[in-house]
Design a protein around this ligand. Structure first.
Ligand SMILES: O=C(O)[C@@H](CO)OP(=O)(O)O
Length: 333
């Protein structure tokens, strides 16, 4: 049997878009597909997070080529820019307490809600450029969060994997281009590769190898899990990408959102907050909680976590953020 799901209309509001997909999911909920083919991993991911089936869709990609995007020219040269980091919302494997690493698992229903809530929290903060890992849970988080942004710009994934991808995704209207936020996907921001732990249950693994051993694998700086990456190895690619691709954009005046993973973000935060390899052991990141940094005068300062969109304190962090929020309020009348 072949079941076909048509995409929702692109300009539908998020809630109609999501509920249309959910209705389709319910209609198909009795089918247990062996395979899902899609041009939109995002839709198939919502499909899986809404269903009760045990077989999860995983993204099998033939083009695993890493993309290192050249920084675009800065659009403005303000002295202060925002950097928001979000660990993806809960995934279906977080829910099952399985080591995930680079296995491409989508968000759970809770994760979808966490991403939307994260979006509410940052809805008044300017965003010019988005970076996500190449994994669907980070991409879903970024996209769902952006549905809440008050500026209503459209996040568009930049495809540079080959000449055809570049040519076929061109936009021919200057006005439309100005209403777009480019989304850069980078494998360098992926979760640490968890080696032979991927797919294993975390509690059962601790019972087998001892809690202390598993804690070392999960949180130490330089002890890798069997045939996987240590945090230090993950930092080598994630922090290098941050320094080479993201920092120059930030310094040049772009406000940036990064949606990534527990360990790729731990390594970036270790770099930003100048944590030692001992201090990073205690750094735990919750799913779907945005963290705000401000880049100013060549330095990047941590400013905490926006707790709710209307919290005066958060937007009084800096005069630029307060001004931006005022502009949004004026636009809404
Ligand atoms: O399983 C994983 O990929 C990560 C993040 O969910 O787990 P941990 O918290 O052990 O680093």
């Amino acid at each position: 049997m072949i079941a076909v799901i048509a995409p929702t209309v692109p300009n539908m509001s998020f809630s109609s878009h999501y509920s249309t997909i959910e209705v389709q999911c319910k209609l198909f909920s009795e089918i247990n597909p062996h395979r899902l083919y899609t041009s939109s991993p995002f839709v198939s991911s919502i499909f899986s997070s809404s269903s009760k089936r045990k077989v999860l869709p995983r993204i099998a990609s033939s083009s695993a080529s890493p993309i290192l995007d050249e920084p675009t020219k800065p659009v403005k040269s303000t002295s202060e820019t925002a950097l928001i980091l979000i660990r993806h919302g809960e995934s279906l494997w977080n829910q099952k307490n399985l080591f995930t690493g680079c296995v491409d698992v989508p968000l759970s229903h809770t994760g979808v809600e966490e991403a939307i809530e994260a979006g509410r929290r940052i809805s008044n903060i300017p965003i010019d450029l988005i970076y996500t890992s190449s994994l669907i849970r980070a991409q879903m988080t970024a996209m769902l969060a952006m549905t809440q942004h008050r500026k209503k710009k459209v996040p568009v994934v930049v495809h540079k994997e080959n000449d055809r991808a570049i040519a076929w995704s061109r936009i021919f209207s200057k006005n439309t281009t100005e209403e777009v936020i480019p989304v850069m996907t980078a494998w360098q921001l992926n979760e640490r590769m968890y080696g032979e732990l991927q797919g294993l249950n975390k509690k059962e693994t601790a019972d087998k190898y001892s809690k202390q051993k598993v804690h070392e694998w999960r949180r130490s700086y330089d002890i890798p899990p069997p045939n996987g990456e240590s945090l230090a190895m993950c930092a080598e690619r994630a922090v290098a990408y941050f320094k080479e691709q993201i920092e120059p954009q930030l310094v040049a005046g772009k406000n940036i959102l990064i949606a990534a993973h527990g360990n790729s973000l731990r390594s970036i935060i270790m770099h930003l907050d100048k944590l030692t390899s001992q201090e990073v052991i205690d750094l735990e990141l919750s799913t779907g909680i945005p963290m705000l940094y401000i880049a100013k005068g060549g330095k990047i300062f941590r400013r905490g976590s926006p707790t709710c969109p209307r919290t005066v304190g958060v937007y009084a962090f800096t005069s630029s953020l307060a001004r931006y929020r005022q502009q949004l309020d004026n636009m809404d009348g």
